[in-house]
Design a protein around this ligand. Structure first.
Ligand code: DC
Length: 233
């Protein structure tokens, strides 16, 4: 049985998984790992290097040339692609438009899952994504499955893009991108997005960030208490 605590947060695109994951990690002193950022960074590499995704050898070769690292500042996770900080670029539309296709590739998933499992071997972590509770950490002690009204999700994401200086992408484009990614993520062959049987559903359509954090903390606390007891005895 694992000694470190793993909190798995899965759910649809742009329903606030990373906001909750970051806040929860900060509150509990856990390490936050954004698994989506890893798929996005791989996608950016594929885009920049025009990797032919239909050619298995080309994909294999590309993966061998990708090194991903996280560094954390104030619980904001920053991702480095071969030493270059790409946290901003991976959130832009060219990557968002291709990431579902890239993350559906078996070889890509195998590589990412291996790295994610290594990151969650010994420390208390919160990891968010699509397959964390169902494939990466089936034995996670606490699993959340997040969802929210698609219209609200698109509005939140659109606002975020504007705040980052993107005033070209329309709300309709964001809505369509989310709908496309939800469809692709839930219907793909490799580890599709689905709720683990033991995941707690968290619909945050009408919740504030403080309310959803409190809800999540209450679910994790009992496990933290028993972890503290185990370390005393
Ligand atoms: O969480 P996000 O929107 O940044 O993730 C980007 C894409 O990566 C998402 O559309 C699906 C994919 N993804 C995945 O397949 N598995 C994960 N564990 C995390 C993300």
């Amino acid at each position: 049985m694992r000694k470190n605590l793993v909190v798995a947060i899965d759910g649809y695109s742009s329903c606030g998984k990373s906001t909750l994951a970051k806040a929860l990690a900060k509150k509990l002193g856990f390490i936050y790992i954004d698994s989506g950022a890893m798929y996005r960074a791989v996608t950016l590499y594929f885009l920049r290097n025009k990797v032919d995704v239909t050619n298995e050898d080309a994909v294999k070769d590309a993966l061998q040339h990708i090194e991903l690292n996280f560094h954390s500042r104030d619980y904001e996770s920053h991702i480095l692609l071969n030493g270059e900080e790409v946290s901003e670029e991976i959130r832009q539309m060219p990557v968002s438009e291709l990431v579902s296709e890239i993350s559906a590739i078996k070889l890509v998933r195998k590589d990412m899952v291996k790295q994610q499992q290594r990151m969650g071997k010994s420390k208390n972590i919160v990891m968010d994504g699509r397959d964390i509770g169902t494939a990466v950490f089936e034995d996670a002690q606490v699993k959340f499955f997040m969802t929210a009204d698609p219209k609200i999700r698109a509005e939140r994401r659109h606002k975020e893009l504007i705040s980052k200086g993107d005033d070209k992408t329309t709300l309709e484009e964001v809505f369509e991108n989310l709908a496309h990614r939800d469809y692709a993520d839930t219907t793909r062959k490799e580890s599709p997005l689905t709720r683990a049987d033991d995941a707690i559903i968290l619909d945050n359509t009408n919740l504030t960030q403080a309310e959803q954090l409190q809800f999540a903390v209450e679910k994790v606390n009992p496990f933290l208490e028993s972890q503290a007891q185990i370390s005393i005895f």
